[in-house]
Design a protein around this ligand. Structure first.
Ligand SMILES: [Zn+2]
Length: 139
């Protein structure tokens, strides 16, 4: 099982085959943090996944950097985006955050499609949905 397939096992066990894909750029984080601090459980799940991805990227040894899930280039500490795969429940327990390099993250529509393709390679039956509540609507 590769790292992506392993990471997806949590959301997969919780979500059936329906997940929401969200792409967050650095500029999006403060709004999600504000929602989390206001008690939004989904926003809290997103912030937790973001924190985990940032920690993994920053703590990765330079000879073994974390890589972009789309293009496999090393992620630099500054300016990367995070793709999130999350169950559609109000209070998701398993949110997987995936690093997306600056270059791949440039166009949001494009990056969501590329992220979907990367996820679908290891989870062929997955069905993405778009949720229009406050947090998802910003993604
Ligand atoms: Zn990339």
């Amino acid at each position: 099982m590769n790292a992506l397939a392993e990471g997806l096992s949590g959301p997969r066990s919780e979500a059936g085959d329906v997940v929401e894909l969200i792409v967050l750029r650095p500029a999006d984080a403060s709004a999600v943090l504000a929602d989390a601090m206001a008690g939004d459980a989904r926003a809290y799940g997103i912030i937790t996944a973001l924190r985990d991805v940032i920690a993994l990227v920053e703590r990765a040894p330079s000879h073994e950097p974390k890589v972009c899930v789309i293009c496999s280039q090393p992620l630099r500490c500054k300016g990367f985006a995070v793709g999130l795969v999350m169950p559609t429940s109000e209070n998701p327990g398993h949110v997987l955050g995936l690093g997306v390099c600056r270059r791949c993250a440039r166009s949001r529509g494009d990056v969501t499609a590329k992220l979907m393709k990367a996820v679908r390679d290891v989870w062929p039956d997955v069905r993405p949905v778009t949720i229009t509540h406050s947090t998802g609507g910003r993604a």
